[in-house]
Design a protein around this ligand. Structure first.
Ligand SMILES: [Zn+2]
Ligand SMILES: [Zn+2]
Length: 173
């Protein structure tokens, strides 16, 4: 549950305000003015109409929240968040939203030394100089923790625990 709460916090407060404001603006007139006069729905009991109207427009709230999530999430991933938000809103049939979730960049990891978030895969933190990625002992290029050999020069790399990758001196020097 905590992971979901954390993700929900990515949605900006303004998106929730827009979502619920739109919800009220749509449900109130539709429930009180449109539903009772509709040829089909007007014959339903009042609670049935309420269920239909207030239920259907919850989808609108979910959609606005989803677009708010894309805005906040793209921003935190240091992507072009304005462009992605607009694509999510204006490309029909939710294709912009689907594209976003396919193409989004991985979450940048904060520096263990100072907490600064750097997107590019630099070996060192530009702010405090902490080693962020293990580097090859031979050619000094950044290497992935899963590599057995350096992909740039072929140097054999020592296996290391994934969690301690950032500060393992055996590969760093
Ligand atoms: Zn740092
Ligand atoms: Zn190398």
């Amino acid at each position: 549950m905590s992971a979901l709460t954390k993700e929900l916090r990515v949605i900006p407060g303004a998106a929730w305000i827009v979502a619920w404001f739109t919800y009220l603006c749509l449900t109130l007139p539709v429930f009180f003015l449109v539903a009772p006069t509709d040829r089909e729905v007007g014959k339903w009991p009042r609670w049935g109409q309420a269920l239909l109207v207030y239920g259907v427009f919850l989808l609108v709230v979910a959609l606005v929240a989803l677009i708010g999530y894309i805005y906040g999430d793209a921003k935190r991933r240091q992507m072009r968040y304005v462009m992605w938000t607009l694509l999510a809103i204006f490309i029909p049939n939710a294709i912009g939203i689907i594209l976003y979730f396919i193409l989004r960049d991985p979450l940048p990891k904060p520096c263990p030394g100072c907490g600064h978030v750097e997107k590019a895969k630099f070996p060192f933190c530009p702010r405090c100089g902490t080693l962020l990625h293990a580097t090859c002992p031979k050619c000094d290029k950044p290497v992935e923790p899963s590599w057995a050999n350096c992909a740039y020069c072929g140097q054999q790399l020592l296996p290391e625990p994934a969690a301690g990758a950032a500060q393992n001196p055996s590969v760093a020097t």
